[in-house]
Structures are given as structure tokens and as C-alpha cells.
Design a protein around this ligand. Structure first.
Ligand SMILES: O=C(O)CCC(=O)C(=O)O
Ligand SMILES: [Fe+2]
Length: 259
């Protein structure tokens, strides 16, 4: 039986060690993002990459136009208001029910050691999977020309695992400011400069096997268009702070093509 010791590289990332957890917690509080390179053991990364390649033909591709708050454009605002400018996002997605039960991805997602690490690092009380069969663990494929436009997430935190970075393009760009959703604050000035390109965001080029934790609700981010024939493949590990949450039927139809 596979366990988390044959998935996570504990020599680099002792995620059950309270000092390591404390260090990661301090780091993300300071920097808004935590990037753990070589989080996966090579053997596990290769297994997951093979699975991802086998499942690629099942991916559902969608394209959307959305504002940075993931809404539709509104006639109540100017079209060039930074909150009303339309962004394009397109990618393919394989939902959770197509991922093997005994996949390393499922073992990691369900592991108490991993969940405890996430809870402590992100200062949460508890975390729960989605109750629907599609949304908890997703494989995302960005083919040549595909991208995620600038946005703030609906979820307060995001957990991603890079499985295959794109040789060209497909870069994660972000700023560590822009919004405080608890205080209903949004910094349109900074956002305008980033969207227009007059100010440069931070860039992250994650190696394969990297785990990233990110407060996506408060920090503007995007994935630039992939420029290579080799797709960018990334896993999202999606938890909720409340029990019994399901992704809306509308969102499931949009991202997975079914409910
Ligand atoms: O693909 C990524 O690196 C980020 C994904 C993301 O921002 C999202 O799914 O909301
Ligand atoms: Fe996001």
C-alpha cells in the first residue's frame, strides 16, 4: 500500500515536523505565497505525469471571458474600468472522478499528515473535500495558446502541484497586494498598472514537482499563454473550510462539461 512517504520528499519537506510547519507558516504570512520545490519524490512525479498523459484525452476544454473578479462585464461601469475589463481564460480539465482511487494524488489529498500541514500553514481550523464527485482534485491542461487571464480566486486559498511546466510561456504571474476581501478593499490603481503592463508583476517559474500555496482571493494572478507544443499540466488540490460544500452546477458545467 502506497503511503505519503513514497510521495512527498520528506528529506526536503518534513511536513510532519512542527518546526518546519512553523517556518512555512511564517513564510507565507510574510510573502503571501509559499513555493516548495521538489515537493514530490521523482518516482511519484513520474507516476502522476504518466497518469496525467493517459487522462489528457478525457480533458474538457472551456474558454471564458470574465472580469478580474470572475464576473460578467456590467453595463453599470465603464468598459475600461479595471473591474470591468474582460479577460480570457481557457484550459482543459480532468475532474476528480476520472482519477484512480489509488492514485498518488488521492493518497496525498486524503492524507492526514498533508491536511494537517495545510491547516497549520494556512492558519485554518479544518478542511474538507468537496462533496460533489468532480471538484476536489483536478488535472489542468494548458495547450499551446491557452492561458488564465488576470483574476482573483473565489476561494481564499489555492494549492497547486506543478506536474509539467511549459518550456515556453505558461508562467504564473502575481502581485502580493491588490485586494482585502474581508474589508471590501480593492486597489484599482495598482491593478490598472499591472493589467496595462506599465508595472511588472512577480513571475514564478515552478519546476515539475513543486507545491504552491497561495492566497488567491486577495492577490491578482494569471497564467500567461503557453507558447510550446508541450502542454503545461498542473493539479489543483481543492479543499473547503466548511463541510458539505459542492461546486455550483453552473461552475461544474463550465469547467467539466457535466455535473
Ligand atoms: O495554473 C495555475 O498555476 C494557477 C491556477 C489558478 O490560478 C486558478 O485555477 O485559479
Ligand atoms: Fe486563480
Amino acid at each position: 500500500m502506497v503511503n505519503i512517504n513514497s510521495i512527498v520528499d520528506f528529506s526536503n519537506h518534513p511536513i510532519d515536523d512542527s518546526q518546519y510547519i512553523y517556518k512555512c507558516n511564517s513564510y507565507i504570512k510574510e510573502n503571501s505565497i509559499l513555493v516548495l520545490e521538489n515537493f514530490l519524490l521523482n518516482s511519484s512525479l513520474n507516476k502522476i505525469l504518466n497518469e496525467a498523459k493517459l487522462l489528457e484525452k478525457e480533458a474538457f476544454y472551456c474558454q471564458q471571458k470574465h472580469t478580474i473578479l470572475l464576473k460578467k462585464q456590467s453595463s453599470d461601469y465603464d468598459q475600461d474600468d479595471p473591474l470591468n475589463i474582460l479577460m480570457t481564460s481557457d484550459k482543459g480539465c480532468v475532474p476528480h472522478d476520472l482519477i484512480e482511487k489509488n492514485s498518488d494524488l488521492n493518497i496525498l489529498y486524503q492524507s492526514d499528515i498533508f491536511k494537517n500541514f495545510i491547516i497549520k500553514v494556512l492558519d485554518l481550523e479544518k478542511i474538507y473535500p468537496y462533496v460533489d464527485k468532480l471538484s476536489s482534485v483536478n488535472l489542468n491542461y494548458y495547450q499551446k495558446g491557452q492561458q488564465l487571464g488576470w483574476h482573483f480566486d473565489n476561494a481564499s486559498f489555492a494549492i497547486t502541484l506543478m506536474i509539467q511546466s511549459a518550456p515556453e510561456g505558461g508562467e504564473f504571474e502575481y502581485i502580493s497586494e491588490g485586494r482585502d476581501s474581508n474589508k471590501d478593499f480593492i486597489d484599482k490603481d495598482t491593478i490598472s498598472k499591472i493589467i496595462s503592463g506599465s508595472e511588472k508583476p512577480n513571475k514564478l517559474n515552478a519546476n515539475d514537482g513543486t507545491l504552491i500555496l497561495f492566497y488567491g482571493r486577495n492577490y491578482l494572478h494569471r497564467v500567461t499563454p503557453v507558447e510550446s507544443e508541450i502542454p503545461r499540466i498542473l493539479v489543483t488540490l481543492n479543499y473547503n473550510e466548511e463541510n458539505n460544500v459542492e461546486l455550483s452546477e453552473n461552475a461544474r458545467l463550465t469547467f467539466f462539461g457535466r455535473v
